[in-house]
Design a protein around this ligand. Structure first.
Ligand SMILES: Nc1nc2c(ncn2[C@@H]2O[C@H](COP(=O)(O)OP(=O)(O)O)[C@@H](O)[C@H]2O)c(=O)[nH]1
Ligand SMILES: [Mg+2]
Length: 382
């Protein structure tokens, strides 16, 4: 630590170092960060401390989750493949049947309710990647609102996406039940039009880009951010937002999970998808886990829903990497450099790209170039 810290920052640092519990550590680290004078020489240290703060907060979340899960934590499923997709649905909707049809997993299917008592993962192939599907214990009709296992909901919170499996005979009703449970658990399946996104940066102070309307002052927003240890950030605002939306964005109390709705048993209910769309105004795909109808489209639909893409790296004069890097759609060349190696990022000069995002194969592009699914990227350094 540099020696030029003012006494109050040193005192805060001491409290942080001596803190025994995670919440205390987080509290004092926040104080420490906000007591460090803002000038260039301190940026690196602040960046480091902010990352540490994020780690501590994540650890605290983990701890809380383990408590909710009854101590064992045995309910968590280790992520594998390009994305982890948690299947949710009411008992008998056909989750286990679907898992068995599209993955390598072995699980029980039955006419009795609640056969599936623990999460069961299976890998599903889509082109050259695999999704991990996780079958979960079901929600049931008479269940009291909010009674769905905290464990199932915490699985959902941790997933990259959700697959809502509805019985074609009762799809809109089942959907509303699931939606209610998710909402109670702080999970939304719709990307909100009014929302706040906070991207912590390494410098430049707090910049607010407002694409909507704020019912609070900019100074109040900056104050809340600073109180949470955020001194440099790009804050984007869409639609009408209040101070509470900024707090939620900081606390991540509400999470968005991209979700695909599948309506099962279309062999029995061929009109179910149309009816569902009419009733709810939502898109869904129809399948039959029994006959296999519609199942071939599942991978593509999931891929789209998750909003991801595959990028293949390539060394100059080398072959294309066999396995893609999975990144959010819209990722830029410079982000790929960051992911692959800090050396490529720090010394980035330009890149050559093959694929849909460029006009011709091997086109030379800058770091801000937006990539497309299946692009091949060759990064050149200084
Ligand atoms: N007709 C028909 N029956 C299905 C289909 N998928 C599952 N089932 C039946 O529905 C019952 C419950 O299926 P299961 O996969 O255990 O549901 P889960 O409780 O959601 O895991 C079983 O009797 C399955 O054979 C389907 O696509 N069509
Ligand atoms: Mg089951």
């Amino acid at each position: 630590m540099p020696a030029n810290l003012p006494p109050q920052a040193k005192a805060a640092e001491r409290r942080y170092i001596e803190a025994k519990t995670l919440p205390e550590k987080i509290k004092y680290l926040q104080e420490f960060i906000s007591s460090i004078p803002e000038h260039k020489g301190n940026e690196k240290m602040r960046g480091y401390l902010r990352r540490r703060l994020a780690q501590l907060k994540a650890e605290l979340e983990e701890q809380k989750k383990r408590k909710v899960g009854g101590g064992g934590g045995g309910f968590a499923v280790k992520k594998e493949g390009a994305a982890q997709v948690v299947m949710l649905g009411m008992t008998g909707s056909g989750k286990s049947s679907l898992l068995m049809r599209v993955t390598n997993a072995k699980t029980e299917v039955s006419d009795h309710q609640f056969t599936t008592r623990e999460p069961v993962p299976g890998m599903m192939k889509y082109e050259d990647i695999q999704f991990q599907l996780v079958d979960t214990p079901a929600i049931y009709e008479e269940m009291e609102e909010g009674a769905w296992g905290a464990q199932v909901l915490s699985l959902a919170r941790n997933a990259d996406g959700l697959l809502l499996v509805l019985d074609g005979g009762d799809a809109p009703n089942q959907f509303m039940k699931i939606l209610k449970e998710l909402t109670n658990a702080g999970i939304t399946i719709d990307r909100r039009t009014n929302r706040v996104e906070i991207e912590v940066t390494n410098g430049g102070g707090i910049q607010i880009m407002c694409m909507g309307r704020m019912s609070c002052g900019i100074e109040d927003v900056k104050k809340i951010l600073r109180e949470n240890g955020v001194r440099n950030a790009v804050v984007r605002v869409w639609g009408d937002v209040t101070l509470r939306d900024f707090e939620e964005a900081l606390e991540q109390t509400r999470v968005y999970k991209p979700s695909l709705i599948v309506i099962n048993k279309v062999d029995l209910y061929p009109a179910a998808v149309e009816e569902f769309k009419k009733t709810t105004g939502r898109e869904a795909i129809g399948i039959s886990a029994l006959t296999g109808e519609g199942v071939a489209d599942l991978g593509k639909a999931l891929f789209r829903t998750l909003g991801i893409m595959r990028i293949y790296t390539k060394e100059p004069n080398g072959e294309r990497a066999e396995k893609p890097i999975i990144v959010p759609a819209g990722t830029k060349v410079i982000d790929i450099a960051k992911i692959v190696h800090s050396h490529l990022y720090k010394n980035f000069k330009y890149a050559r790209v093959w694929g849909e995002s460029v006009n011709y194969d091997g086109e030379r592009v800058g770091g801000e170039h937006e990539l497309a699914d299946k692009d091949i990227v060759e990064i050149r350094v200084k």
